[in-house]
Design a protein around this ligand. Structure first.
Ligand code: NAP
Length: 252
């Protein structure tokens, strides 16, 4: 897999972006528990250190690589650097995401660009860089974290919904281009999950949402991590080009 360089790491190597808190942290902890070497990515090194400590406390394997996903040159260097260091890249979970919510009437170009850059363009750059080492290893699992907003739309989220919807078509295209190379690509689309992203919403909004969730509760980050763990596993080689909705039945 790797020509004339140092030893290739034995464990499958997984990059998880947005791993400092919320869903990304749960995904990183779960993949480490499942025996992956996990590369933890976010802007804040301090936030990532907490995830690193939690993983290592239970004997997991991980490393911290801070990166701003809005810096596309840095994103490319991150992916290439991980593949170079470890001689392989098996799993890429594009989870980092932001919201800049406001009604379309008031949405600025900056709010549109910021969300599209972090939630869509950075993922294009990361996937483009990742498929080369994955092709060399004849194995790859790309998991892009979407959202039910990208499937149904959501008032106040024109930018976010557009980025998340764009991910679906992008991911299906990777699946078609890369299927014969052992690389799968899927979207996991969470519904309403208990994280910092949803803590900012008021109680009235949350109560209204609960009326539309058949299981009558918010989801837990670990429940998204469980879906990602399966989709990125060796045994999921026939599962590709799908959008797996984990939303307590909200959009069904
Ligand atoms: P969160 O709690 O706000 O955490 C976001 C993570 O992304 C943090 O680790 C943050 O770390 C990182 N991040 C943000 N901007 C970044 C950047 N420019 N470069 C690198 N890392 C960046 O979010 P969450 O609720 O866990 O959401 C995770 C994913 O699930 C997102 O893609 C979100 O759209 C999706 N999702 C969430 C929900 C929900 O209900 N929570 C529902 C549907 C979809 P730093 O700030 O340190 O960079």
């Amino acid at each position: 897999m790797r020509r004339g360089r140092s030893r290739v790491i034995e464990k499958r190597v997984a990059i998880v972006t947005g791993a400092s808190r919320g869903i990304g942290r749960a995904i990183a902890e779960r993949l480490a528990k499942d025996g992956r070497h996990v590369v933890l990515v976010a802007r804040s090194a301090d936030g990532l250190a907490a995830t690193e400590t939690a993983i290592k406390a239970v004997g997991g394997s991980c490393e911290v690589r801070p990166c701003d996903m809005a810096d596309f040159t840095a994103v490319q260097a991150l992916i290439e650097g991980v593949a170079e260091t470890h001689g392989r890249l098996d799993i890429l979970v594009n989870n980092a995401g932001i919201t800049r919510d406001t009604l379309l009437l008031r949405m600025t170009d900056e709010q549109w660009d910021e969300v599209l850059n972090v939630n869509l363009r950075s993922i294009f750059v990361a996937c483009r860089a990742a498929i080369r080492p994955m092709m060399r290893g004849k194995f790859g699992r790309i998991v892009n974290i979407g959202s039910v907003s990208g499937l149904s739309g959501n008032s106040g989220q024109a930018n976010y919904a557009a980025a998340k919807a764009g991910l679906v078509g992008f991911t299906k295209t990777i699946a078609k281009e890369m299927g014969a190379k052992g690389i799968t690509a899927n979207v996991v689309a969470p519904g309403f999950i208990e994280t910092d992203m949803t803590h900012v919403l008021g109680d009235a909004v949350k109560t209204a949402f609960l009326q539309n969730i058949p299981v009558r509760r918010l989801g837990k980050p670990e429940e998204i991590a469980a879906a990602v763990a399966y989709v990125s596993s060796d045994e999921a080689g026939f599962l590709t080009s799908q959008t797996i909705v984990v939303d307590g039945g909200m959009t069904s």
